[in-house]
Structures are given as structure tokens and as C-alpha cells.
Design a protein around this ligand. Structure first.
Ligand code: FES
Length: 325
């Protein structure tokens, strides 16, 4: 048994996992601890990494890993119940329990920590603390200067509050709905950042939209953010042609239509799940043309490379795209 527990899972596309424990650290958030079905060592995870959880209905949801390292025997994910969501978080909260099995992807990191910096600023809102926690643990271990600005509605909503409080003045809590509210002033935090500071942000869509807007002209790699929901509308402007190289089809994308909808209508199969640019299921190779990216799945660098597109939400900067379909 010991031999199995110490054997790593290598090269797996999917990981069969079992729920080892479930906690409810704050209202509307469940913390799931998952282990490999046969107790093997899990693939390593970097700070900021997430996994894709494949729900029984075929949907895929992304959750950040709370723990990182090279020799993990468990992954922990925090799941917030999304009111009026698409049902994934509700299923995980209401049905998923100790002993249940589920498939998930190995860790993927769209929110990598640049360890070459000397100064770090982390900004988190609510459940967005999840990928940030292993990052601050890492920079603390490396002996770097860092500050975390963590915004929640009330003190009792702060996830990992005890762990974070142990860092003393390096962690600044903001509570918008206490009797004496203290609000995070994103503009002030970013304006005060040292020119060489690395800044990382994860939180609700309005926070990320503001962050993206305020750091739009910053040098590449200095400001990074992680989103788990769409930050802008899917492109339905139409008025361009999509050529499918393998199918030999040429599709006129009309107003009100996404590329994915046009492709499916033409009878060509493309896997999809979230249809919101979040999960990466519909990722397609671009052979010619320039995509107008609307997803939150690809990193900025991957988007700039222009060789991949999420056809469920992205459009075309020009009049023609050629896809490897
Ligand atoms: S279907 Fe999820 S990114 Fe396109």
C-alpha cells in the first residue's frame, strides 16, 4: 500500500479522485479535500494553479488549488455557491460529499507567479483569495517583500482568516459591510506600487474589470489576474468569414452569432462546455487571421501569440479567420 501511495501519477490526462473531507469554513463556501482514487502521489502544482473539475452532467468547472508543491497527496479546492449560477457550484454544495468520486484534470497554471521579483502586491476579493494564498506562502518562503489587500463584505466572510492574520501587517483586510466599513481603493493601491512590483489580482468580475482597465498600459507581466467568469460579452458582431481548413467549409458569421454557433449550425462538431470563454473546451487552432479574444482562459501571452481561439466567445480582428477544423 505504501508503494502505491508514494508512486506518482505521471502523464495522466485525467485524474480519478475521491473526496476525503468537506469543510464549510465560511458561509456559502465549501472546502473539498480530494485524493487520488488509489492514494497515489498527485501531479505537482505551482502557486496559482487550478484544476478542471468534470461534473457528472458533462460540464467543466475551474477551481484554484489551495496547496502547491511537488509531492502532494491531496488537492484542496474552495467552492463558493453561486446564486443564480449555471448549477455547478450548487451541485458541488448539495450533492458532492465524502467518498464521492470525480474526474479532474491535472493542474494547469494561467496565473503563474514570477519569482524573480523583490516586491509583490496581492489583491484578492472574496473567494479570489484561493489562488493567492499559495502565492503569498511561496514569496514568504523566498523572503520577498509583499502585501496582501483582501476585500470581503464582512470579517466572517474572510477565507483562511486565521492563516492570513498570522502574517500580521502584511495582510490588510477591507470589509465593505461592517458598521465601520473600510473599502479597498484599487486605484490608490496600484498608484502606490513600486515601479518594479509584481501585482496579482483575483476576485469578482467588477474588481477584475477595474484592475484590467487600470493596468492596461503596464509593462507585460507586471500585473496579472485570474478570472473564473466571463469579463466581457461574447463577440456577436459578425461580418467576417471563417474558413474550416479540414472540412473545406467557408462560413459567413452573421450579426448575433458566435463562431461556435455558426460552426455547429454547419454540422461540424466542436466540443464545448461553458460557452463563456472560461473552460477552454472549445479551444481551436488558428491557421490564419487575427482573433479578437474575449476569453479568460488563455494567458495574455497566449492571446498575443494568436494561434489559438476560444470559438464560443471570441471574434475576428479583420475579415477572415482560418481554423484547423
Ligand atoms: S466552451 Fe468553455 S471556453 Fe469555450
Amino acid at each position: 500500500m505504501q508503494a502505491v501511495a508514494n508512486s506518482p501519477i505521471i502523464g495522466a490526462v485525467m485524474l480519478p479522485m475521491r473526496v476525503a473531507s468537506v469543510e464549510r469554513p465560511v458561509e456559502d463556501v465549501k472546502l473539498f479535500t480530494l485524493q487520488a482514487l488509489y492514494g497515489e502521489r498527485l501531479p505537482p502544482a505551482e502557486p496559482g494553479a487550478h484544476i478542471d473539475v468534470h461534473l457528472p452532467g458533462g460540464e467543466i468547472r475551474q477551481y484554484s488549488l489551495v496547496d502547491c508543491g511537488d509531492a502532494l497527496h491531496q488537492y484542496r479546492i474552495a467552492v463558493k455557491r453561486i446564486k443564480d449560477g449555471r448549477g455547478g457550484s450548487a451541485w458541488l454544495h448539495d450533492t458532492f460529499d465524502v467518498g464521492h468520486e470525480i474526474m479532474m484534470s491535472p493542474p494547469r497554471n494561467n496565473f503563474p507567479l514570477d519569482e524573480t521579483g523583490t516586491d509583490y502586491i496581492f489583491i484578492a476579493g472574496g473567494i479570489g483569495i484561493t489562488p493567492v494564498l499559495p502565492m503569498i506562502e511561496r514569496v514568504e518562503m523566498l523572503g520577498r517583500r509583499w502585501t496582501l489587500h483582501y476585500a470581503v463584505q464582512r470579517h466572517e466572510h474572510a477565507l483562511f482568516r486565521k492563516v492570513l492574520s498570522d502574517y500580521g501587517g502584511k495582510v490588510i483586510f477591507y470589509t465593505s459591510r461592517e458598521s465601520n466599513p473600510s473599502r479597498l481603493d484599487l486605484h490608490a493601491v496600484l498608484s502606490a506600487a513600486q515601479p518594479d512590483a509584481r501585482v496579482y489580482c483575483c476576485g469578482p468580475a467588477p474588481m477584475l474589470q477595474a484592475f484590467r482597465h487600470m493596468t492596461a498600459n503596464w509593462p507585460s507581466g507586471r500585473a496579472r489576474m485570474e478570472a473564473f467568469e466571463a469579463l466581457e460579452e461574447s463577440d456577436r458582431s459578425g461580418g467576417f468569414v471563417v474558413e474550416l481548413s479540414r472540412s473545406g467549409l467557408s462560413l459567413n458569421i452573421g450579426t448575433g452569432q458566435t463562431i461556435l454557433e455558426a460552426i455547429l449550425e454547419a454540422g461540424v462538431d466542436v466540443p464545448s462546455s461553458c460557452r463563456d470563454g472560461v473552460c477552454g473546451t472549445c479551444e481551436t487552432r488558428v491557421l490564419a487571421g487575427v482573433p479578437d479574444h474575449r476569453d479568460v482562459y488563455l494567458t495574455v501571452e497566449e492571446q498575443d501569440a494568436g494561434d489559438r481561439i476560444m470559438v464560443c466567445c471570441s471574434g475576428c480582428r479583420g475579415d477572415r479567420l482560418v481554423l484547423d477544423l
